[in-house]
Design a protein around this ligand. Sequence first.
Ligand SMILES: Cc1cc2nc3c(=O)[nH]c(=O)nc-3n(C[C@H](O)[C@H](O)[C@H](O)COP(=O)(O)OP(=O)(O)OC[C@H]3O[C@@H](n4cnc5c(N)ncnc54)[C@H](O)[C@@H]3O)c2cc1C
Ligand code: FES
Length: 314
Amino acid sequence: MIDNQSEKRVIFTASVSGNKAIGGDFFRLRLELDSCATEAFKDIKPGQFAQLDLSTLALPRAEQIPEELSDKAGRGIILRRPFSFADVKYAGNKVTVEILYCVLGPGTLRIKTLKPVDTINMIGPLGNGFEIPRDKKLAILAAGGMGSPPLEHLAKELQNHCPKTEVIVFAGAKSVSQLPYLDIKLDKISKEPDFVINEFVQYNAKSLISTDDGSAGFKGFVTDMLKNWLKDNKPAGSDTIIYTCGPEVMMSSVAAISAEYDIPCQVSLERMMACGTGLCQGCAVKYIDKKTKETGYKLCCKDGPVFWADEVVW
Ligand SMILES: Cc1cc2nc3c(=O)[nH]c(=O)nc-3n(C[C@H](O)[C@H](O)[C@H](O)COP(=O)(O)OP(=O)(O)OC[C@H]3O[C@@H](n4cnc5c(N)ncnc54)[C@H](O)[C@@H]3O)c2cc1C
Ligand code: FES
């Protein structure tokens, strides 16, 4: 387990300053935080998250509700929904955060209706976030589908705190339409496999794309692309760190690859969460103590969502 941040969470209101479609079912929501959140968000780590209260938000007009969601769109949103941050910006006393979200159900469908001047209630920052050891020469970020947001924030922090560390992003999805990025230079993918995702390029991180169906970049799983790259490049395990976020099956495969190459690896788990603050005990993660080999349970929302890969029982 990664050491927890001191409990700094606050409940506050954020004002919407943008909610932009970036293609397919993906959107970027920009929120200006109120002054009581400024202190709490000052030292936020990538991978920490917030619980959003979506219970009072309106539904989009009927014709804007995708057919596959028409049955469940009207359900009440009793529980808050967890979201990590793709970006956090500071200007004087003002904190702006960006949430990259995918419309999947009644909650995210409602977020789509938010427009500038609307407000939203949040609790955060929650959880622990990624650790950034300063002595690494190479950081590998492996993003599966919607696992990208905390890794975008991480790429920014790596550039801020470890400018000499080389950062390479391996980003995969089922097909090109499910890559949650704004400006993928599709025409460049075949010619220049690096530097194709602007969201990462801006932090001087190289990016390599894979799609399961071969519609862009490497054809196959992101984990296969990563394995091939490690086989060809053989980075020293002690100089390298892997960070990953995505579907659990993909992260367990990244965990196995990291063990094979003896590279430390941190995973950000996305469990279903009810309270998000350690009260309901609903987000248990089975872990193993590396020294004693004893197993037990941690809470994803409170002790995680980031864990060392070799401490999770997959
Ligand atoms: C720590 C954390 C950070 C997250 N960060 C982001 C983010 O940056 N962007 C983003 O779009 N989403 C993120 N999620 C997932 C997000 O919380 C869910 O997509 C959202 O709650 C769906 O709400 P809904 O009402 O629209 O759909 P629901 O009807 O609640 O769910 C729609 C579908 O998604 C599945 N689902 C819901 N929550 C999760 C989950 N936590 N893990 C796996 N499957 C889930 C459900 O089983 C269902 O099939 C994060 C989740 C966690 C735990
Ligand atoms: S979601 Fe309630 S304890 Fe984690």
